[in-house]
Design a protein around this ligand. Sequence first.
Ligand SMILES: NC(=O)c1ccc[n+]([C@@H]2O[C@H](COP(=O)([O-])OP(=O)(O)OC[C@H]3O[C@@H](n4cnc5c(N)ncnc54)[C@H](OP(=O)(O)O)[C@@H]3O)[C@@H](O)[C@H]2O)c1
Length: 257
Amino acid sequence: MLGRPNDLSEIRSAATDEPGDRGSSVWWHSGTTYLLRRAPMSRVRVHNFSVSLDGFGTGEGQSREAPFGHAGTRLHEWFFPTRTFRSFHGAQGEPSGSTGVDDALAGGWATGVGAEIMGRGKFGPQRGPWADEEWKGWWGDDPPFHTPVYVLTHHTRPSIAMTGGTTFHFIDSSPAEALSLAKESAGGLDVRIGGGPSTVRQFLAADLIDYMHIVVVPIVLGRGERLWDGLEGLEQRFDLEPVTSPSGVTHVTFARR
Ligand SMILES: NC(=O)c1ccc[n+]([C@@H]2O[C@H](COP(=O)([O-])OP(=O)(O)OC[C@H]3O[C@@H](n4cnc5c(N)ncnc54)[C@H](OP(=O)(O)O)[C@@H]3O)[C@@H](O)[C@H]2O)c1
């Protein structure tokens, strides 16, 4: 457990003290010419984000036992058989799991990502001041992120360093401030916006997302938290490509125009 900073400047300095400034530009000498090599621009990405036909990214009534409320596991049934999902959960021995279209799209989740931003509702079921600071997320001692993770909350708390390179930092920031912090610690790699729906919606409303992979699941949830509210005409900012999978879901990629 790190100290109780949650002063953004303290988190910022902890994030940039890590070795290897992978985001910086590099000068080098070639004959008589000095060339400037720029690091590729860091992108802001959403992956594997499931919504029901009626646009809900989670159900109602979240609890410790039901992270997605009354939706149960229905939004992610497509994901569980994939090799990507199984590898998150430390499957022993030979790699297992499906390698079709669902896995091909799901597998892009971690590649080139140096930090994640998530909302407090993705991190856990508590609301208001933290009654239980022992809570360290749903993912056990070694969460699958392996990067800094910035948890947006109005109730900050000490950062938590987990096994495997994930550190949860709790910040009370606008989407733009959170992104600037995450980009600094991502060292030139991309930043993933991990959800839940109201967090992705905020970043879309602020036009901060470059690439998004949405999975439309053929169920009607009827209640919960919607992704698309207030985002009329969003499709005009992106090139969209839908791909239907034999599992029954439709993957839709959004690439910023
Ligand atoms: N469909 C999917 O693929 C997918 C992916 C990820 C998660 N989920 C699910 O989505 C649900 C959570 O989504 P959600 O939309 O309810 O919540 P969320 O986006 O995870 O978190 C929202 C909460 O984060 C805090 N917050 C957000 N923006 C903030 C800001 N700018 N400044 C300070 N605090 C801020 C607020 O909490 P406080 O005011 O309480 O601090 C807010 O109530 C969970 O059920 C999770 O399992 C679904």
